[in-house]
Design a protein around this ligand. Structure first.
Ligand SMILES: Nc1ncnc2c1ncn2[C@@H]1O[C@H](COP(=O)(O)OP(=O)(O)OP(=O)(O)O)[C@@H](O)[C@H]1O
Length: 368
């Protein structure tokens, strides 16, 4: 399966710049996700790959085939790109059986009847729908229809699979199931896949790598672990998972730590941020699951920061409790498995769980 290379992709609609020169490479056989808030340009990127939009700058190439190159004026028509496409609305033809829906793209490609049957059986087998080949779309559930849409996109062995929020019409439980079989299927077929979603859990669960987008720019590309554990910017940290942001000033640089004086009160040792100088204004990001409340009393002080805290509110949310605490001048969110935090007069945070960034407007982060 080929690589997809996007280089300097630009797109404007009217006076608005939607893509600011995006560059990325999707590797052979990779499950690659474009993740970001609504309107950041994910679908526009995918549509440029599909040939449904013409970019205003940059190029897109798959293996040795140029799909589009603004500099030379090259543009390959969508139907010549041999792509598998699945969108949010599955758009199966209602008057055709499932097998008929899958046969259609093969007929267009002039595949012989016997071979059509083999390919259709294989594709339906892949998605566990072979036994329903004679049914019509209205006789299937939403989840089953989505499987058929995927089988139809795979039946003619496309070079790349493009999926735009394909699971968003399914209810929560079906979505979980669909996620599991989609990941299995993609690995089994080994097809290079670009997936668009604004759902962070979906992105983390499915992807080999994720590109986090905002306002037509790419903020970070990395594996799910890299994106979650070492977000490149506070915006990435804010968009994925639950994160606290604490304002402060660099107080001291030691061999191993950067010590931050928090606004209000308290000091926080963080993993050393080599770029920071004493006196710099910084934003420290800490995931809410890394703010320990119930273990605070037991945490050895050399391995943890200990900060005075006041519990403002606690809520039971099923598998855990969520707490709002006042720490210095900030409100901090924390999680615990035990309800027993009423006495907590401090929180414990490991230095390596504190991520330091140049000072960022906290109001902007709230809007991510
Ligand atoms: N054909 C168009 N004409 C004008 N503006 C458009 C067009 N298509 C998209 N846009 C605008 O471009 C921006 C990016 O849209 P896009 O669909 O790429 O975002 P997205 O990240 O996929 O968001 P969502 O998750 O909501 O689909 C939006 O502000 C949208 O309104």
């Amino acid at each position: 399966m080929p690589e997809l290379v996007i280089d300097g992709l630009r797109k404007r609609f009217g006076g608005n710049t939607i893509l600011n020169g995006i560059s990325l490479t999707v590797r052979d056989g990779e499950f690659f996700t474009l993740l970001g808030p609504s309107g950041c340009g994910k679908s526009t990127t995918l549509n440029c790959v599909a040939g449904l939009e013409r970019p205003d700058g940059g190029s897109i190439r798959v293996a040795d085939t140029t799909f589009v190159d603004h500099a030379t004026g090259a543009f390959l028509e969508p139907e010549a790109r041999n792509l598998g496409l699945v969108f949010q609305s599955y758009a199966l033809w209602p008057h055709m059986t499932i097998a008929g829906n899958l046969a259609y793209p093969l007929k267009i490609r002039r595949v012989g009847r016997a071979r059509q049957r083999e390919l259709i059986d294989d594709a339906l087998d892949n998605v566990g729908m072979k036994h329903l080949r004679g049914r019509y779309p209205h006789q299937l559930s939403g989840g089953q229809q989505q499987r058929v849409a995927l089988a139809r996109a795979l039946v003619y062995a496309p070079s790349i699979l493009l999926l735009d929020e394909p699971l968003s019409n399914l209810d929560a439980q079906l979505r979980d199931q669909a996620r599991a079989w989609l990941k299995r299927l993609q690995a089994q077929v080994g097809i290079t896949t670009v997936y668009v979603t604004h759902d962070q859990i979906e992105a983390l669960a499915l992807s080999d790598r994720i590109a986090v987008m905002k306002d037509g720019d790419m903020l970070q590309v990395g594996t799910p672990r890299e994106i979650y554990e070492t977000p490149a910017t506070p915006e990435v940290a804010a968009f994925i998972g639950r994160c606290n942001f604490l304002a402060g000033t660099v107080h001291e640089q030691t061999d191993r730590h950067t010590v931050v004086a928090l606004a209000g009160d308290g000091r926080l040792r963080t993993a050393r941020a080599a770029w920071a100088a004493v006196g710099d204004r910084v934003t420290v990001a800490v995931r809410s699951e890394n703010v320990l409340v119930d273990a605070a009393g037991a945490a050895p002080s050399d391995a943890y920061n200990r900060l005075d805290a006041e519990v403002l509110a606690s809520a039971y949310v099923g598998a855990r409790y969520e707490h709002r605490l006042r720490v210095g001048a900030s409100t901090v969110q924390a999680e615990s498995v035990s309800a027993d935090v009423a006495e907590a007069a401090s929180v414990a945070i490991r230095p390596e769980h504190c991520m330091v960034y140049p000072a960022t407007d906290q109001g902007e982060l709230a809007g991510v």
